[in-house]
Design a protein around this ligand. Structure first.
Ligand code: ARG
Length: 256
């Protein structure tokens, strides 16, 4: 995770960033600390990277890479404002002894790449390119399934879908093209389908360890549904980060 020391909304590269409510930076810092504490309280290890000034979106660590089977595929940001983040994260991984493959085409890490079971679900349409999907499949040797995002409010796959465990996902069908919806129905017939309200509350920008689901409390319908399905919802409010188009998952790079 990247502490939100320099977090702010200073440009608009998604529709959430065009709102006029300023970021309350003290509140953002408290919310971020609560998320880190919730992970630790549930047995997870949290490592941090030193945030860099002038990179207000660096807090969204998920976008920096996809780590899978001990290999790291880095990022190449669509927006010029975010491009310097890639090198900062590469340095962090290098210091940890992990070489990072830099993508040749636009690719925003776990923002658009969701490993589930033996597959990588790969979003495209706004940020990550189809060409990057091919690079990823070749790099990891894992079948990579392209999913087309169609709604600018759900510009990253991780705003419209998350993996509950190795077998199932939760998602918002209307965030995807008709063909991608059919693909999701075929792959995950038992999926938890969320409502647009829950997705707009960043309910699908969640992190699940297979049992606990760290989820936005504003996504009330989804929180109830997860509990009915036998998961343990752990509500964490990241509302200050919603102003930049981010939530729990965006702030979390999972080291697998
Ligand atoms: N402001 C950032 C952007 O638009 C938010 C990134 C959110 N991260 C995510 N994994 N969805 O790029």
């Amino acid at each position: 995770m990247c502490p939100p020391e320099h977090f702010d909304v200073r440009y608009a590269i998604n529709p959430w960033m065009s709102g006029d409510a300023p970021v309350d930076t003290a509140r953002a810092a408290r919310q971020w600390e609560t998320l880190a504490a919730a992970y630790r309280a549930h047995g997870h290890t949290v490592d941090t990277i030193t945030p860099e000034p002038d990179l207000p979106d660096m807090v969204f660590a998920a976008n920096a890479a996809l780590c899978l089977h001990g290999k790291v595929f880095g990022s190449s940001f669509h927006a010029p404002e975010r491009r310097p983040e890639s090198a900062a994260y590469e340095k962090w991984f290098a210091a940890d002894g992990q070489p990072v493959r830099r993508p040749e085409s636009s690719c925003e890490g776990e923002g658009d790449l969701v490993p589930v079971g033996g597959l990588i679900l790969a979003g495209t349409g706004f940020r990550t390119s189809r060409a990057a999907h091919a690079e990823i499949q070749e790099f990891f040797g894992v079948p990579t399934v392209a999913l087309h995002l169609t709604d600018p409010y759900f510009y990253h796959l991780d705003t419209a879908l998350f993996a509950l465990d190795d077998e199932n996902v939760a998602y918002l069908p209307e965030a995807f093209s008709a063909g991608s919806r059919q693909v999701l129905e075929r792959l995950f017939p038992r999926a938890v389908r969320a409502t647009r309200d829950d997705a707009m509350a960043f309910g699908l920008n969640s992190v699940s360890d297979g049992r606990h689901v760290f989820v936005a409390p504003q996504a009330t319908g989804l929180v109830d549904r997860l509990a009915q399905e036998g998961y343990v919802p752990v509500p964490v409010d990241l509302s200050e980060f919603h102003k930049a188009g981010g939530g729990i998952k965006c702030c979390t790079q999972e080291i697998r």
